[in-house]
Ligand binder design. Structure first.
Ligand code: DSN
Length: 425
């Protein structure tokens, strides 16, 4: 029924309007540029392409091939690496491709634990478990929110993993890859880095440079600090021909048939934009995250790792156990139009009632907020979380602050409305 379709359209429009008036702080989200968004409603969205450019199973891919070839070039150039595959349709699908290419059931992979901030695909009930690999967790230092380098070197020598995997969803500090490089070589393991949260920072020369710190294969989504479409990517260096072939084969026909051509084109546009803007965007993002940590800390909120400057990424982790816990606090914040998620902290055993929240500033940076706005955001959060002011009252001040930050930055169409509803019908 047309009414039902129009009802859906109205709900989506209402969502756009709501987010325009929100302070979105989910660390795994961002806003695409208008030019990238345009790609999503192109005819690419309706087509199929199996295989690699020039070797497709279907006809009709003349322009798709040109765009994907260019996208691969742009990716290799931006990340200064020799291998790129832009067909995984998400970060988790990219991770599945790495598992298919580099691990057999029963092989050992070392990784972090969920409570230490790892992604669900590394869990026993996630992609790692479904590939039946034997996952062994790194020793983790809760104080520095990072793996313990000496104990990890010892563990790697003991368990001799086929693959050593790094990367987190609460990714505050770079893992000590350089310090472990010699151990990786002695053990002979493949080094895999899930860069989903920090891909845009890496593109901009912040956080760390994994592909020059011993990493062989980097998997990622492309819509967190890297402000592209919901999609995935694989990048590699120091891979031999067999490994490259294995990865391409794992993507197709391993874990995809056709990929999402419109998203691939949007990713290509974002890669071109990030060649120009990544440096400035990444630097401001990290400055904003540190400023937010500092401001909340000064207001008496328990932000993790104060002695380390709170973070070197886009995100901070906050212990809100004194204020009702992550579940209650994240709901109260949503009622005030501040959108974040509850999150496990290393001390937690329950993922549904964790003591923390995670706050990311990459979207606020994308719409032009700087350090002074971080102080205002901290004050709004403090009023809800610690002063327990009525969220609906704080919401009015959230809307007031956001009113001046609805335009997109760090892209070719700077100044266009960021939350625009693209109306076709
Ligand atoms: N679960 C997502 C996150 O929020 O970090 C990543 O896939």
């Amino acid at each position: 029924m047309k009414e039902e379709a129009l009802w859906i359209k109205e709900k989506v429009r209402a969502h756009n309007k709501w987010f325009e008036e929100c302070i979105p702080m989910i660390a795994s989200e961002n806003l695409m540029s208008p030019l990238a968004k345009e790609m999503l409603i192109s005819d690419f969205a309706d087509r199929y392409a199996e295989g690699l450019p020039g070797k497709r199973y279907y006809q009709g891919n003349i322009y798709v091939d040109e765009v994907e070839t260019k996208a691969m070039e742009l990716a290799r150039e931006l990340f200064d690496c020799s291998f790129a595959d832009l067909r995984p349709i998400s970060g988790t699908v990219a991770n599945m491709a790495v598992l298919f290419a580099f691990a057999e059931p029963g092989d050992t992979i070392t990784t972090c634990a969920l409570a230490q901030g790892a992604h669900i695909s590394t869990a026993k009930f996630g992609a790692f478990g479904f590939r039946s690999v034997n996952s062994v967790n790194y020793p983790f230092d809760e104080k520095s929110m990072n793996i313990d380098v000496d104990a990890t070197a010892k563990l790697l020598r003991e368990v001799k993993p086929k693959v050593a995997q790094f990367g987190l969803s609460v990714f505050l500090f770079p893992p000590p890859l350089k310090e472990l490089q010699e151990t990786f070589q002695d053990v002979g393991c493949t080094v895999w880095y899930d860069a989903a949260h920090v891909l845009g920072l890496i593109a901009g020369g912040q956080f760390q440079d994994p592909l020059r710190e011993g990493v062989n294969i980097l998997s990622s989504s492309t819509h967190k600090t890297f402000p592209g479409p919901n999609h995935g990517i694989l990048l590699g260096s120091n891979l031999d021909d067999e490994q490259e072939k294995a990865l391409h084969k794992a993507v197709f026909p391993g874990v995809t048939s056709s990929h999402h051509l419109h998203a691939m084109a949007a990713l290509a546009v974002t890669l071109a934009e990030m060649k120009v803007y990544a440096k400035e965007y990444a630097a401001q993002t990290v400055k904003n995250a540190q400023a937010l940590g500092q401001a909340l800390n000064e207001l008496g909120i328990d932000v993790l790792c104060p002695d380390l400057g709170f973070t070197r990424s886009h995100a901070i982790a906050v212990d809100v156990s004194a204020h009702g816990g992550g579940k209650v606090v994240s709901q109260d914040l949503e009622d005030a139009n501040i959108i974040c998620n509850k999150n496990m902290l290393p001390k937690d055993t329950s993922a549904v009632k964790p003591s923390g929240i995670r706050l990311g500033v990459q979207e606020l940076t994308r719409v032009g907020m700087k350090e002074s706005e971080m102080k205002e955001v901290a004050s709004l959060i403090h009023r809800v979380v610690a002063k327990k002011e009525a969220p609906l009252k704080v919401k009015e001040d959230v809307k007031l602050l956001k009113k001046d930050f609805t335009k997109i930055r760090f892209c070719f169409n700077e100044g266009e409305e960021a939350y625009r509803f693209h109306e076709l019908v």
